[in-house]
Design a protein around this ligand. Structure first.
Ligand SMILES: Nc1ncnc2c1ncn2[C@@H]1O[C@H](COP(=O)(O)OP(=O)(O)O)[C@@H](O)[C@H]1O
Ligand SMILES: [Mg+2]
Length: 356
């Protein structure tokens, strides 16, 4: 897929932008704090409806204004599609609304019309950091691939939040209410685990192949899914009731599962070198791209925020080369490296984008 036109109004530091990206690799170059990451953030929101970095959505609306808009026209396998996301300040915070081809739709019907794979410096912790990062990696890809996954995830997170509030409450938790929450959790939890398992199976094959090619050794990277629970969800929740009441915390369910990364059977997080860990992260991201493309028959848009500065030239080149035949990618950088093979280079200064 490819974005053909992007329009911003009062989004972050952009008062108004009319931007026609090229196919292939678009490079955004400019000093810090000019609006490079803001633009990538806007592009990602056309696919995911959410910011990859804002803590509060009110940050997305330009200071002193009331309403931010991101509009895009994309060519996807099925034809042309027009997308729009609007964020409005309200007394309570913000309200977002979405449109597809001029008609207003709910979030679940907006999400995943365009698809992106984003890569930001924080992703370099994907192997060495905590399990929450790996779960949000899985959720980010799966929610774009399947509205059903997104709905199950949203329901699951809502009920787990209620259950956790009950357990942490000041008064002794009501056991019947806990059991009622558990009943509600079984279906979405089982569905999330099944979807993650199938996705990780595909991801593992792709990741191992890419990692092997890059490292050029016989060491084998294994990626396995570690579901919680590994077995029947209803039974595991029932078995955990007493300990959850005692510990006052939700102990069982896919909000606690993880991905395991092993090189030749030993944990990459615990024993891998930094080089091995970084190569594994890049391999996971390329694999995410490959799996998304294979499942949908359409290449996602690749968004790379400031990652070149974190990678040596060889890894960066290997990464870009491996996302073979990408239709469209966007990359931000403060200094233009040579030999990137950019289709278009844009300089960004004070929220003004000009083609170099
Ligand atoms: N809501 C907002 N209104 C106005 N300016 C904003 C808003 N949010 C962020 N900015 C400005 O955007 C700039 C940072 O842009 P960013 O895209 O992160 O920079 P970079 O080019 O380094 O990636 C900062 O100057 C910041 O003040
Ligand atoms: Mg930036």
């Amino acid at each position: 897929m490819r974005l053909e036109h992007v329009r911003l109004a009062d989004f972050r530091n952009y008062e108004s932008l009319d931007f026609p990206p090229a196919s292939g690799l678009n490079v955004f170059v400019g000093p810090n704090a000019q609006g490079k990451s803001n633009l990538l953030e806007a592009l990602a929101m056309l696919a995911t409806g959410k910011s990859f970095r804002a803590h509060r959505e009110s940050e997305l609306i330009r200071s002193g204004t009331e309403r931010a808009e991101i509009g895009g026209e994309a060519r996807i396998a099925a034809g042309e599609i027009r997308l729009r996301c609007t964020i409005v300040r309200t007394p309570a915070g913000t309200r977002k609304s979405f449109e597809v081809n001029g008609g207003s739709v709910g979030f679940a019907r907006f999400l995943g019309r365009a698809r992106v794979v984003t890569f930001v410096p924080a992703d370099l912790q994907l192997v060495s950091g905590g399990p929450a990062l790996r779960r949000s990696f899985l959720n980010g890809a799966l929610a774009q691939l399947s509205p059903v996954y997104y709905r199950d995830l949203a329901l699951y997170q809502k009920v787990v939040g209620q259950k956790s509030a009950l357990l942490r409450g000041a008064i002794a938790p009501d056991r019947d209410l806990l059991l009622a929450y558990n009943d509600e959790l079984v279906r979405p939890a089982t569905a999330l685990i099944a979807a993650r398992r199938a996705f990780v199976d595909e991801l593992a094959a792709a990741t191992a192949a890419i990692y092997g090619r890059w490292r050029g050794t016989r060491e084998r990277l294994g990626v396995t899914y570690a579901p919680n629970p590994d077995g029947d969800v209803g039974e595991a929740l029932a078995a955990a009731v007493e300990s959850e009441l005692r510990r006052r915390s939700t102990l069982v369910g896919p909000h606690r599962d993880d991905l395991r990364l092993l090189v030749d059977g030993t944990s990459l997080a615990a024993f891998g070198s930094q080089g091995q860990q970084r190569t594994a992260v890049l391999a996971l991201k390329v694999a995410e791209y490959d799996v998304m493309r294979a499942r949908t028959g359409d290449a996602p848009i690749l968004l790379l925020d400031d990652v070149l500065s974190e990678l040596d030239a060889e890894r960066a080149g290997g990464f870009l080369g491996a996302v073979e035949g990408f239709e469209q990618a966007f990359l931000t950088t403060t200094e233009l490296p040579r030999d990137l093979g950019a289709a278009a280079t844009w300089s960004i200064h004070a929220a003004t984008v000009t083609r170099c």
